[in-house]
Design a protein around this ligand. Structure first.
Ligand code: IPM
Ligand code: MG
Length: 352
C-alpha cells in the first residue's frame, strides 16, 4: 500500500532527526513492501524566515491532504530571547494543532532495560514503569482568550478555559486507553484552586459509571509531580489538561534517562501528527549529535496509530531496543563511545 506522509522538519535539529526516521521508514517499506511518499513543508522559525508565517497555508493544505504528519521540532533562540517578537515559531505548532483538531496528545513513557542505569532515579523504582500521559492539546491556557497586556503594559493575563465537551472527548480517550491497558486512570488537576479543574472532576465523575472496569483516581498536579518521580510504577494512564500535561510529560521523560527517547502522537479530527516530545535543541544544530530515537519511535507510533501496521512498528521498536543493547547510541545516553545521529539512523535502518 501507498501512504502519503507530510514531513515538517522545522528548526534546529529537526531536519537531522527527521532524516533518520525517514531512513528507518524506508527500510520498513522495503522489508514489508509498503510505499511511503514524503512531501516536505515549512513550519516554525524557518517558515517565518521564508514566508513570514510560522504555519503557512500551503503547509496546512499538505497536512490536510496527507495520511499522517511526521514532525521534527520547532523553536529558535532568536525568538526565545526576544519577548517582544510578534510572530513566534511556537505559534506555528499551536496553529497546526488547532486547525488539524488535534485535541489529544499521547505520550507513552516506558523504560528500556539497557538504559536503567542512565536514569537519575534508582533502578528499583523505575524498572517496569510503563504509563501513558494523555494530554489535552487544543484548549486551556494555551488558547484561552482574552490574553495579552494591559494598556499601560504593566499587567499581563492569560485565560484558562475549558468546556464540558472538550473535557468529555479527551477523558473518553483516557478511559479507552486505560481499558486497553491496566485499567487505571489518574485524572490530574488543581481542583482545590481552579474552576476549570472542578469542571474536569465533575465531568469525569459523571463518566465513571460508563467505564466500570476502570479504576479512577484524582490527583492534584503538585502531588502528581512528586508521585511520578517517587513511584512511577503506580501509574497506568494519566489524563490531564494542556499545560499540566506539557510539564508532567517532560518530567516523566527523566525516568527513561533522556528526553531524546520519548515519542508522541497527536490525534483528533483531521490528520494525526507524530513528533518527539523534545524541542529543537539549537545548541546541537548541524553537529550530528542529537538523539534520533524519539523521532524514530514517533515514526513507529505513526505506523501503528495511523496505518494500523502493528508488525512494522514492532520491527522498529525491536531494532531500537537492539541498538540500545549494543550501545549504538548518541552522546546523551552513551557511557563510552558516542555514535553520530546519522550512524544511529543507519544502524537501525540496517538492522530492519
Ligand atoms: C511540547 C512543546 C510545545 C508545547 C511548545 C514548543 C509550544 O513543549 O510539544 O510539549 O508547549 O506544547
Ligand atoms: Mg513540552
Amino acid at each position: 500500500m501507498k501512504y502519503k506522509i507530510a514531513v515538517l522538519s522545522g528548526d534546529g535539529i529537526g531536519p537531522e532527526i527527521i532524516e533518520q526516521a525517514i531512513k528507518v521508514l524506508n527500510a520498513v517499506g522495503k522489508k514489508f513492501n509498503h510505499e511511503f511518499e514524503y512531501t516536505s513543508a515549512l513550519v516554525g522559525a524557518i517558515a517565518i524566515d521564508k514566508t513570514g508565517n510560522p504555519y503557512p497555508e500551503e503547509t496546512h493544505q499538505l497536512c490536510m491532504n496527507s495520511d499522517a504528519v511526521l514532525f521534527g521540532a520547532i523553536g529558535d533562540p532568536k525568538y526565545d530571547n526576544n519577548p517582544n517578537a510578534t510572530v513566534r515559531p511556537e505559534q506555528g505548532l499551536l496553529e497546526m494543532r488547532k486547525r488539524l483538531g488535534l485535541y489529544a496528545n499521547i505520550r507513552p513513557v516506558s523504560t528500556f532495560q539497557s538504559l536503567l542505569h542512565k536514569s537519575p532515579l534508582r533502578q528499583d523504582l523505575i524498572e517496569g514503569a510503563d504509563f501513558v500521559v494523555v494530554r489535552e492539546l487544543t484548549g486551556g491556557i494555551y488558547f484561552g482568550e482574552p490574553r495579552g497586556r494591559s494598556e499601560d503594559r504593566k499587567k499581563a493575563f492569560d485565560t484558562l478555559v475549558y468546556s464540558k465537551d472538550e473535557i468529555v472527548r479527551i477523558v473518553k480517550l483516557g478511559f479507552e486507553y486505560a481499558q486497553k491497558r491496566n485499567k487505571r486512570l489518574t485524572v490530574v488537576d488543581k481542583a482545590n484552586i481552579l474552576a476549570t479543574s472542578r469542571l474536569w472532576r465533575e465531568t469525569v465523575q459523571e463518566m465513571e459509571p460508563d467505564y466500570k472496569d476502570v479504576t479512577v483516581d484524582y490527583m492534584f498536579v503538585d502531588n502528581a509531580a512528586m508521585q511520578i518521580i517517587q513511584w512511577p510504577k503506580k501509574f497506568d494512564v494519566i489524563v490531564t489538561e494542556n499545560m499540566f500535561g506539557d510539564i508532567l510529560s517532560d518530567e516523566a521523560s527523566v525516568i527513561t534517562g533522556s528526553l531524546g527517547l520519548l515519542p508522541s502522537a497527536s490525534v483528533g479530527i483531521h490528520t494525526s501528527v507524530f513528533e518527539p516530545i523534545h524541542g529543537s535543541y539549537p545548541q546541537a544544530t548541524g553537529k550530528n549529535i542529537a538523539n534520533p530515537l524519539a523521532t524514530i519511535l514517533s515514526a513507529a507510533m505513526m505506523l501503528e496509530v495511523s496505518f494500523d501496521l502493528v508488525e512494522e512498528a514492532k520491527a522498529i521498536r525491536d531494532a531500537v531496543d537492539k541498538s540500545l543493547e549494543m550501545s549504538i547510541v548518541t552522546e546523551d545516553i552513551s557511557g563510552g563511545k558516542a555514535y553520530k545521529t546519522s550512524e544511529v539512523g543507519d544502524w537501525i535502518a540496517g538492522e530492519i
